[in-house]
Design a protein around this ligand. Sequence first.
Ligand code: XIL
Length: 317
Amino acid sequence: MAPTLRDVADDNDIRIGAAAAADPIREDFQYRDALREYNAVTAENAMKIGPLRPDEHTYDFEDGDLIAEFAREHDMYFRGHTLVWHNQLPEWLVPFQYTDRELRRLLEDHVRTVAGRYAGDVDTWDVVNEAVADDGGLRETPWLRAFGEEYLDKAFGWAHQSAPEADLFYNDYGADGINDKSDEIYELVSGMLDRGVPIDGVGLQLHALHDPVDPDSVAENIERFKDLGLAVEITEMDVAYTAEDPPEDHLTVQADYYREIVEKANEAGCDTIVAWGVSDQHSWIPHFDDTLTEDPLLLDDSYDRKPAYDAIVDLLS
Ligand code: XIL
């Protein structure tokens, strides 16, 4: 039997992970076995504010705790995702019936409570997710409205106080290579470092959809953040093509792409790459964009290894 991703990742002192959900961990032994083929895990949804907060005064940690326990039991690097975001807000928070002051109190309580709950479990938090708008500037969110720009600094400060051992990341999409958005994130995190904000790293989501970004550009981008003294991780990788016109033999093309990303990112100093789902069966892609190929991950619908899985094992062997 060829080695698992976990075997080769451990040997190379790097992490290859997957986003995971609590229900299939509870219900499906094949899912549990497959998840153990990775040495890192991110909670795909369970630690977002919506799923965690059924009402204003209640925290429901059941799913988050289960994933944390799985990570602990299997000695996996655990990424917490995400403390501050504009999506998947709880229904009771939308539409807005809170004053700015109430919102400020609510977010502070949330970040302190959740970071504190998982202190010692979560190795790395995506503290703030997707704060930069696609057309430049900070995204208009309830948090920007309530706090102004300082919500980012504050969130990192609260997280650091509540989980002093955790590494704290800014995470975003569409900023994987060198482009206007990653330039802006570069300025954003440089400013945070100048102000002494406790930020440790930048997460590049790397949803490679339709037209995958050039791996050399990703490497160059990683290097510039590393030069600031920050860690860089690829946090949500999947690779899907336009379904109407995919490249010929797209699973082989996909395998080459995964291999090249892992190789070049690692050379550039990125030691963690997380795929956004355990297998194609669990990918968010078909729900997100039905014009894409439906097999973006490393294991297929039946948990069998795909060419992309083998390509990474081969690279790291
Ligand atoms: C996605 C999940 O995969 C879906 O299950 C959910 O319905 C929506 O969110 N960027 C992120 C992730 O930071 O949290 C998103 O995850 C995908 C895009």
